[in-house]
Design a protein around this ligand. Structure first.
Ligand code: TGC
Ligand code: FAD
Length: 397
C-alpha cells in the first residue's frame, strides 16, 4: 500500500495526471522561491515589491490566462489552472487574486467578448505579463447588485461611429492602480443593449485609479478605486460580442472557479503550519499534538480540506468536459471559502499567541479569506443562487 500522507489522507494525488503534477510542482517552486520569502513583509507593509517584475515572472511560466487558447495563452486545462490557483494561494490570496483578475476577469472578458483587434492588441502582452489588467464591476453603492450600477457610457453624437464618453466610479478594484488596461462595465442609454463592457487603456485622459489604503485583509494586493471622469473612447472600445449583465457575470464564473481551488491553498498552508507546530510545541510536559482536543481539531480541518479538494477536482473535471454550470461553481465557492476560513481560524487557535504573529501564515490567510468570502459574490449571494436553483424561486429582491 502507498504510505499515508498526512496532508493528503485520502490519496487524492493518485487522481492527478503526471502533467497536472508537473504544473503544480512548477508553480509551487516559483512561489517558494519568488513569493514565500517576502510575502509576510509585503503584507505588513501593504505593498508588493516590484509588482511588474512579479507579473512578468508569472507570465513567463504561462500562468496568466493559462486556461485560454491562442493569443500567447498557455491553453492548459481547467484542472491545471485550479492546481495553480491552489499553489498561489498557499502563498497568499493576494498573489492568486492578481493572477485571477488578470487571467479570469480582464483577459477572459477580452478573449470571450472582445473584437479581433482587442484580442490582438492586449492578450499576447497580458499573457506575457507585459501589460496588467483590471476588471471594474463593483461601485461604491452597488456591490452584490451590479445590475443597478450608475457608471454611464453615452455616445458623443449619432451613429455607430460616434465616440463613447464614460462617467462614474468603480470601487474595490484589484490591480487598478497598476493596470495598463481596465475592462469597465457601464450602463448605456440603449435599452436594447443595457450594460456593456469597455476596454479602457488606463492612460486615457479622465481615468484615474487611486489606491485604497488601510485594508486589514489582502494587504499583499493592490486594491483601487476607478474614477471615470468624461473618459472619451473610440466607438470600437466597446466589447462587441455581449450586452447585458450576463457579460460580467460570465467572467465571474471563471474567477469563482479559480477560488474554489485557491481557497484550499490558504487552508493547506494553515493546516500544515498547525500540524508542524503541534508536533513541536510542548505544554504540560508533552507535545500539544498529543492532546485529544488538538488531534480532533487537526482531523476536522483535514476532513474539510480533503472534501473541499475532492469537490474542486470534481468541478475541474466537469469544467474540462464542458459540463460545469454556474450554480455548481457557486456551490464550490460557497463551501470551499467558508471551510477554508474555518480551517485557518482553527489553525490559529492551535498556534496560540504565536498564531497572531506574521512569523506564521495562519492569521494572514484567515484575514485574506475575509475578502475572499465577500468578493466574487458573497456567501449570501451564492446561497441565494443555490436556493433559486433548488426551489425555482429567486429571493434576491
Ligand atoms: P439575473 O437577472 O439573475 O441575471 C442577469 C443576466 O445574467 C445571466 N446570468 C449569468 N450569466 C452567466 N453566468 C452567471 N453566473 C450568471 N448569472 C446570471 C442571466 O441569465 C441573465 O441573462 P439574460 O440574457 O437573461 O439577461 O441578475 P440579477 O440582477 O438578479 O443578479 C443575480 C446575482 C445576484 C446572482 C448577480 O448579480 C451576482 O452574482 N451578484 C454578485 C456580484 C459579484 O459577484 N461581484 C463580483 C465583482 S468582481 C470581483 O469581486 C473580483 S475580486 C477578484 C479577485 O481579486 O480575485
Ligand atoms: P454589499 O453588496 O453591500 O453587501 C453587504 C452585505 O449585505 C453582504 O453580507 C451581502 O451578502 C448582504 N446582502 C446584499 N444583498 C443581499 C440580499 N439580497 N440578501 C441577503 N443578503 C444580502 N469588485 C470588482 O468589480 N472588481 C474587483 O477586482 C474586485 N476586487 C475586490 C478586492 C477586494 C479586496 C474586495 C474586498 C472586494 C473586491 N471587489 C471587486 C468587490 C466585491 O466584489 C464586492 O465587495 C462584493 O461583490 C460585495 O459587494 P459590497 O462589498 O458592496 O457588499
Amino acid at each position: 500500500l502507498p504510505p499515508f500522507a498526512p496532508l493528503d489522507p485520502a490519496g487524492i494525488d493518485a487522481l492527478l495526471s503526471a502533467e497536472e503534477k508537473a504544473v503544480r510542482a512548477s508553480v509551487r517552486q516559483l512561489c517558494e522561491q519568488r513569493v514565500q520569502p517576502h510575502v509576510a513583509d509585503w503584507f505588513e507593509r501593504g505593498e508588493i515589491d516590484d509588482v511588474r517584475g512579479l507579473v512578468r515572472e508569472l507570465g513567463s511560466l504561462g500562468l496568466l490566462g493559462m486556461h485560454l487558447e491562442g493569443y500567447g495563452c498557455a491553453g492548459m486545462s481547467a484542472t491545471e489552472y485550479g492546481l495553480a490557483c491552489l499553489e498561489l494561494e498557499a502563498c497568499d490570496s493576494g498573489v492568486r487574486s492578481l493572477v485571477s483578475v488578470q487571467g479570469s476577469l480582464a483577459m477572459y472578458a477580452i478573449w470571450r467578448w472582445g473584437s479581433e483587434e482587442h484580442k490582438q492588441e492586449w492578450l499576447p502582452r497580458m499573457a506575457a505579463g507585459e501589460a496588467i489588467g483590471c476588471f471594474g464591476l463593483t461601485e461604491p453603492d452597488h456591490g452584490s447588485d451590479p445590475g443597478s450600477m450608475r457608471t454611464r457610457a453615452r455616445r458623443d453624437g449619432a451613429g455607430e461611429g460616434a465616440d463613447w464618453i464614460l462617467d462614474g466610479r468603480k470601487m474595490w478594484i484589484t490591480n487598478g492602480t497598476v493596470a495598463d488596461v481596465a475592462v469597465v462595465w457601464a450602463q448605456t442609454d440603449d435599452s436594447a443593449h443595457g450594460i456593456r463592457g469597455f476596454v479602457v487603456p488606463t492612460s486615457t485622459p479622465g481615468f484615474s485609479a487611486p489606491e485604497i489604503k488601510h485594508k486589514q485583509s489582502l494587504r499583499a494586493s493592490v486594491t483601487s478605486e476607478l474614477v471615470l471622469d468624461g473618459v472619451r473612447l473610440p466607438a470600437d472600445a466597446v466589447l462587441p460580442e455581449v450586452s447585458g449583465l450576463k457579460g460580467p457575470l460570465s467572467c465571474l464564473n471563471e474567477a469563482r472557479y479559480g477560488i474554489v481551488w485557491g481557497s484550499l491553498g490558504a487552508a493547506r498552508s494553515s493546516l500544515a503550519a498547525a500540524l508542524a507546530y503541534a508536533g513541536e510545541r510542548e505544554q504540560f510536559g508533552r507535545p500539544i499534538a498529543g492532546f485529544q482536543l488538538t488531534q480532533a481539531k487537526l482531523v476536522d480541518m483535514n476532513l474539510e480540506y480533503t472534501k473541499g479538494l475532492l469537490l474542486a477536482l470534481h468541478l475541474g473535471r466537469m469544467k474540462d468536459a464542458g459540463t460545469l454550470r454556474p450554480e455548481q461553481v457557486s456551490l464550490g465557492k460557497l463551501n470551499n471559502v467558508r471551510e477554508a476560513l474555518e480551517i485557518c481560524r482553527t489553525a490559529r487557535t492551535i498556534l496560540g499567541a504565536n498564531g497572531i504573529s506574521l512569523e506564521y501564515p495562519v492569521l494572514r490567510h484567515a484575514n485574506n479569506l475575509e475578502s475572499v468570502l465577500t468578493y466574487e459574490g458573497t456567501v449570501e449571494m451564492h446561497t441565494l443562487v443555490l436556493g433559486q436553483a433548488m426551489t425555482g424561486i429567486a429571493a434576491f429582491r
